[in-house]
Write a protein that binds this ligand. Structure first.
Ligand code: PXL
Length: 272
C-alpha cells in the first residue's frame, strides 16, 4: 500500500466541546500527518464555560480497547491525558506495559484552565510511582510541576530543581511549562531537561487570548506525533512548542469563553 501514515495513540478523556482532551489530540495528530487511534478513559461534559459532568469508563472496557488496538494496529508512539483516578492509572500502566506501542508521552493532566480537577488528589502518588517511570517524555504545566515535585516555583532555579526531581522519579525527558506570570508577561519560557542531562529554555511570545483550551493536550500530542514519525527528541519538542504557539496566536471565533486553539494555523506553517 502506498498511502501509509505513522500510527499514534491517545489514551485520554473525551471532551464534549472538542477543545481539549482526546479531541485536541486527534486534531493535532491529523495536522501533523499521523493517524490517530484512541483509548477513551473517561468522558467529560463541558463547554467553553467549564466542565459540568465527568465519568470514568470501566477498566474492563479500557482493557478491551487496548487489546483491540494491539491485535490490529502498529502504534509507534502513545500519550496519556486525563486518567481520573488511581484505578485508571494502574489499569493504563498494566495495559501499556503489555503492549508494544513505542515511546510514551505523559501529560499529567490534573486541573483544567477553568479550575476543574481531572485527577483525584489521592491518585497523585500513583501518578508519581507508577506512571512517571514509564514516561519517555513528561509535559507538566506550571501547576502540575508544583504538585508532582511537591514544591513551589518562584525562580528559574526552582524550575530546574523541580525538573531534576521529576527526572529522578523516572521520567526520561521533561518539558516543564512555565508561566508568563514568572517571566516578563511578554514571553512564556519552558524548561527542557533531556535524558542525556542536556537542558535548555524554550521561549515563545505570550498571547493575551482566552482561546487557550487544549494547549497542553496539543503540545503532548504533537510531541507524540513527531516521535511516531521518528523525529529526534529535541526537534520533536521544539516543533511541538512552535505548533502550539502558532495555534494560540491565531485565535478562532468558536464558543464564548475559553475557546479552542487554532490547529489549522498550526498545520499550515512549516517547521524546521
Ligand atoms: O486540557 C485538559 C483536559 C484534558 N482532558 C479532558 C479535558 C481537559 C480540559 O478541559 O476536558 C477530557
Amino acid at each position: 500500500m502506498t498511502n501509509t501514515y505513522p500510527q499514534a495513540l491517545t489514551i485520554a478523556g473525551s471532551d464534549s466541546d472538542g477543545s481539549a482532551g482526546m479531541q485536541a489530540d486527534l486534531h493535532t495528530f491529523f495536522a501533523r500527518g499521523v493517524y490517530g487511534a484512541s483509548v477513551i478513559t473517561a468522558c467529560v461534559a463541558g463547554n467553553s464555560y467549564g466542565i459540568h459532568a465527568s465519568v470514568p469508563l470501566p477498566t474492563n472496557f479500557i482493557d478491551q480497547e487496548f487489546q483491540d488496538l494491539a491485535a490490529d494496529y502498529h502504534i509507534r508512539a502513545a500519550k496519556t491525558g486525563m486518567l481520573a483516578d488511581s484505578e485508571l492509572i494502574n489499569d493504563v500502566v498494566r495495559n501499556y506495559q503489555a503492549a508494544d506501542f513505542g515511546p510514551l508521552v505523559v501529560d499529567p493532566v490534573i486541573m483544567t484552565k477553568h479550575g476543574n480537577q481531572l485527577l483525584e488528589e489521592s491518585a497523585f502518588e500513583t501518578l508519581r510511582k507508577q506512571l512517571l517511570p514509564l514516561a519517555t517524555v513528561l509535559t507538566p504545566n506550571f501547576y502540575e510541576v508544583e504538585k508532582i515535585a511537591e514544591t513551589t516555583i518562584h525562580t528559574d532555579a526552582d524550575m530546574v530543581a523541580a525538573a531534576q526531581k521529576m527526572q529522578a522519579m523516572g521520567a526520561k525527558n521533561i518539558i516543564a511549562k512555565g508561566s508568563h506570570a514568572i517571566a516578563d508577561q511578554t514571553t512564556v519560557r519552558d524548561f527542557v531537561l533531556l535524558e542525556s542531562g542536556d537542558s535548555f529554555w524554550l521561549s515563545e511570545p505570550y498571547h493575551a487570548t482566552d482561546r487557550v483550551n487544549g494547549t497542553g493536550d496539543s503540545l503532548s500530542a504533537c510531541i507524540t506525533a513527531e516521535l511516531a514519525k521518528g523525529t529526534p527528541m529535541k526537534q520533536a519538542i521544539t516543533i511541538a512548542k512552535a505548533f502550539v504557539n502558532t495555534a494560540i496566536g491565531n485565535p478562532i471565533d468558536v464558543a464564548h469563553k475559553f475557546g479552542p486553539i487554532n490547529h489549522w494555523a498550526a498545520q499550515e506553517r512549516t517547521y524546521d
